[in-house]
Ligand binder design. Structure first.
Ligand SMILES: Nc1ncnc2c1ncn2[C@@H]1O[C@H](COP(=O)(O)OP(=O)(O)OP(=O)(O)O)[C@@H](O)[C@H]1O
Length: 275
């Protein structure tokens, strides 16, 4: 339970959400509350719909039905204000693209650069340039990658790539961080560093929501856990949700699901996503 009254209760509230690919439903009747200023882990087997949920939250995919609010308002408003940062899975990125670490992280600032149209009229150009540069530098320092700023992203190791993606999300200085498997495929020092960065973000009042398969890390660090496999399978404390019993139930739900045909529905059965 969120007891910090300096934050409203819900950073994100999802209500009655359905999502599908080619009308094949992968998320069904999802009702979720992500507490503000807390660190939530989303846990579920491969193919459970975790990344799909992030696609809907980031607006890259339209839900069949349902609504998503952030801080009590339609999430689109917060997206447009650059307040929702997203770190994609490493595999979802084109690493051969000839761009430097610095420019990749600067990408996290593009949403805020739209605001500069107004600021440019009021403030000297060097002011808005400096605030983006400072944000990128700060983010690269946080993940210990400033020394690699000029390198092409394709030349980085797997763990370094993860850090750059995290830096890009940090540079956005958003109030909500959505992180898709930030700990996958990193070595223990990188994992330690990433967890420390996320803990600092949460301590600074940010809402951190990460998809993870790292149960020891989740048990140790997060405040709140969501179990998902097409449906919400549970929400609560790490102690309750990551018990052997709960995880065994989640594994069984996965076996049941692969032995049942996924439901296909006519599009006309749904009303469009709100918010
Ligand atoms: N672009 C797509 N087109 C068709 N089906 C898709 C597409 N992307 C995902 N799916 C399917 O939707 C379901 C949910 O996928 P999703 O990537 O959201 O799962 P996940 O929980 O993030 O899995 P993982 O842990 O493996 O990353 C899976 O059955 C997947 O095959």
């Amino acid at each position: 339970m969120n007891t910090d009254m300096s934050h409203p209760v819900a950073a994100i509230e999802v209500q009655g959400l359905y999502a599908a690919y080619q009308r094949q439903i992968v998320l069904e009747n999802i009702h979720l509350t992500f507490p503000a200023g807390k660190w939530t882990a989303i846990v579920g087997p491969n193919g459970a719909g975790k990344s799909t949920l992030f696609h809907v939250l980031t607006g890259s995919m339209k839900a069949l039905q349902g609504s998503v609010n952030a801080f009590g308002e339609p999430i689109v408003k917060h997206r447009r204000a650059g307040q929702i940062a997203y770190m994609a899975q490493r595999e979802a990125i084109e690493w051969d693209f000839p761009v430097s670490v610095w420019d990749t992280v600067m990408g996290g600032r593009y949403g805020h650069m739209r605001d500069d149209v107004l600021w440019r009229r009021l403030l000297p150009a060097r002011w808005h340039h400096a605030r983006h540069t400072e944000a990128v530098e700060k983010a690269l320092i946080a993940v210990d990658m400033l020394v690699h700023a000029e390198r092409p992203i394709g030349a980085l190791s797997g763990g370094q790539k993860k850090r750059v993606l995290l830096a890009r999300a940090l540079a956005q200085q958003a109030s909500i961080l959505l992180l898709d498997e930030p700990l996958a495929g990193v070595d223990p020092p990188s994992e330690k560093l990433i967890l420390a960065v996320l803990r600092r973000e949460r301590e600074a009042g940010k809402t951190v929501i990460m998809v993870t398969h790292d149960m020891p890390g989740a048990r140790r660090y997060v405040d709140h856990v969501v179990l998902i496999n097409r449906f919400v399978r549970g929400t609560g404390t790490p102690e309750d949700m990551l018990s052997e019993t709960k995880l065994a139930e989640l594994a069984v739900s996965s076996i049941e699901q692969t032995t049942t045909d996924r439901q296909t529905v006519p599009a006309a059965s749904f009303s469009p996503e709100q918010g």
